[in-house]
Design a protein around this ligand. Structure first.
Ligand code: SF4
Length: 87
């Protein structure tokens, strides 16, 4: 059974949302950023993971169904970890 957007939204807490805003902000300004090799390694793992939710095959719009993070930002941040320890 699939998960719809309303189910995801109701499971997110204010803490999750604030963490997401913090992470996106840091990724956008380049703070706490991983090197290019790590970024590519993480991206390659995520694009082949069955937990990725991607629209029209576009990684920029992809989210992780486990942590609900936008992957384009998450994989750039040094402090971030895959919720399933794949990277
Ligand atoms: S963060 Fe981990 S669980 Fe989520 S899509 Fe990437 S590899 Fe999969």
């Amino acid at each position: 059974m699939g998960t719809n957007k309303n189910e995801i939204a109701t499971r997110l807490t204010i803490k999750d949302i604030l963490k997401g805003i913090d992470g996106i902000s840091k990724a956008m300004v380049g703070m706490d950023k991983v090197d290019e090799e790590t970024y590519k390694k993480r991206k390659n793992i995520c694009v082949t993971c069955d937990k990725i939710k991607m629209k029209n095959g576009d990684f920029k719009s992809s989210k992780c169904s486990m942590c609900k993070c936008w992957l384009r930002y998450k994989i750039k941040l040094n402090k971030e970890k895959c919720p399933l320890n794949y990277w």
